[in-house]
Design a protein around this ligand. Structure first.
Ligand code: PLP
Length: 378
């Protein structure tokens, strides 16, 4: 990652290119470029790519072992446009019940009215085979899943998809290309909210869809038709973030591991969700398919604590910011509403669920902060 997308000579990082118009010397050159740009990377117009987006594309294509990549202003836009690229009225979409919540909204509010049928399947994928229909066109995966990190056997899902002539689209924001590689496991498109770990500093938003060779032409058409692009400045920021991705990820993981160990000793917490824990149902798949963990940990408070007490626990935290997103250098916390986030499993009898993002602060400071906030529950 330290070399990906870097020129062999010259500037270490490709400087941000701000551009819309590219001018040609002759009509023939202009015409030629417009023809060739459908299959080749050529400068022709800002929205079609610049030196900055090409450098970033090289890096993410290497991270994900893909063919080409499309760029979007947010992760959510990358998901929405990618789904639109592969679905048409009358098609059926198999959607994981562990999807990032705004994706569920997109299915309900947008795909519903376009005449795309959506069926949810269990986060472990065990019911996918039985839910395939003659018109199933896409199987959408998020592994590990949002909030509680359920694993599924992506290789097996991709085998089912291929046998039924369906596309497999994976949200790989958790793995961010470094911990998990959906395309290597057989998926056709891997989507990254680069807003999270690729950017890494909570100061830029971007979505990236990396496609294999088969899926790229269809994805590229949608990217162009929906006018999706990113600025040279944002592409530069994500490229720069990628330079430290392995180092940051290792530090997030080490700290998260120590925090998890400590959380296990606290009586207020009845469950820690993380696929690296041996008792996690997805642990074997995680060992097989993932190269490690990131800074995400979700905890379940003892059912003796109600929503009010959970909220005062969060309010008592000093070092954990209360806010959306994760993957930046800083620690974050948010209450997780599992009842709204899952339709195939019942969370009503469980304790309060809280998601933590372990940032790059000193682990001892984070543990001390969690300790004082948990103490206030009594
Ligand atoms: C944050 C997130 C997204 C959306 O990314 P934005 O850039 O915030 O739109 C998509 N998928 C997952 C799993 C996420 O966590």
């Amino acid at each position: 990652m330290l070399r990906a997308g870097r020129p062999a000579h010259g500037w270490v990082n490709v400087p941000p290119t701000r551009a819309s118009t590219f001018v040609f010397e002759t009509v023939q050159a202009w015409r030629e470029t417009r023809k060739r740009r459908e299959t080749e990377r050529l400068n022709s117009y800002g929205a079609r790519g610049t030196d900055s987006t090409y450098a970033l594309e090289d890096a993410v294509v290497e991270l994900e072992a893909g063919h080409r990549a499309g760029f979007f202003p947010t992760g959510q836009a990358a998901i929405a446009v990618t789904l639109m690229a592969f679905l048409k009225p009358g098609d059926h979409l198999l959607m994981t019940d562990s999807a990032y919540e705004p994706v569920r909204r997109f299915c309900r509010d947008q795909l519903g009215q376009l005449g795309v049928e959506v069926t949810y399947y269990k986060p472990d994928g065990s019911d996918v085979q039985g839910k395939i229909r003659h018109n199933t066109k896409v199987i959408y995966v998020e592994c590990p899943g949002s909030l509680v990190y359920e694993m599924l056997d992506l290789r097996a899902i991709c085998d089912i998809a291929r046998a039924h002539n369906c596309w497999t689209i994976a949200d790989n924001t958790w793995g961010s290309g470094w911990l998990y590689q959906p395309l290597v496991l057989g998926a056709d498109v891997s989507i990254l909210a680069a807003t999270k770990y690729l950017g890494g500093h909570s100061d830029v938003m971007m979505g990236i869809a990396v496609a294999n060779e088969k899926a790229w032409p269809q994805l590229q058409t949608a990217v162009v038709d929906y006018g999706q692009t990113v600025s040279g400045d944002d592409a530069y920021l994500i490229s720069r973030g990628i330079r430290t991705l392995p180092a940051r990820m290792a530090m997030h993981a080490e700290s998260a591991q120590r925090v998890m160990q400590w959380l296990g000793s606290r009586p207020e917490i009845v469950h820690v969700f993380n696929p690296s824990l041996p008792e996690d149902p997805g642990h074997q798949l995680w060992k097989r398919d993932c190269a490690g963990i990131n800074g995400l940990i979700t905890i379940e408070l003892s059912p003796v604590y109600d929503a009010c007490q959970m909220e005062s626990f969060i309010d008592a935290l000093q070092l954990f910011g209360l806010g959306a997103s994760w993957g930046g250098f800083e620690s974050l916390v948010i209450p997780a509403n599992m009842a709204a986030a899952r339709s195939l499993s019942d969370w009503s009898c469980r304790g309060q669920i809280v998601r933590l993002h372990i940032g790059l602060e000193e682990t001892e400071d984070l543990i001390a902060d969690l300790a004082q906030a948990l103490d206030q529950l009594h």
